[in-house]
Design a protein around this ligand. Structure first.
Ligand SMILES: [Zn+2]
Length: 61
């Protein structure tokens, strides 16, 4: 799966704030993600993130 910093990930599970879109801030064994709805940041293991992805949205710059 090709994920880059700055991509937005549409997840299968919704965050409690109602958003299911997260911005990728850092990539490694753990991913650092920021919720597009409420700005909450968290670290998640790569495998867990990849299991939960519904769609990858690339930045259109
Ligand atoms: Zn949120």
């Amino acid at each position: 799966m090709d994920i880059q910093v700055g991509n937005h990930l549409i997840m299968k599970k919704k965050h409690p704030c109602g958003s299911n879109s997260w911005e990728v801030l850092r990539i490694g064994a753990d991913f650092r993600l920021k919720c597009d709805g409420c700005g909450h940041m968290l670290m998640l293991p790569r495998v867990k993130v990849e299991k939960n992805i519904k769609k990858i949205v690339e930045n259109v710059d």
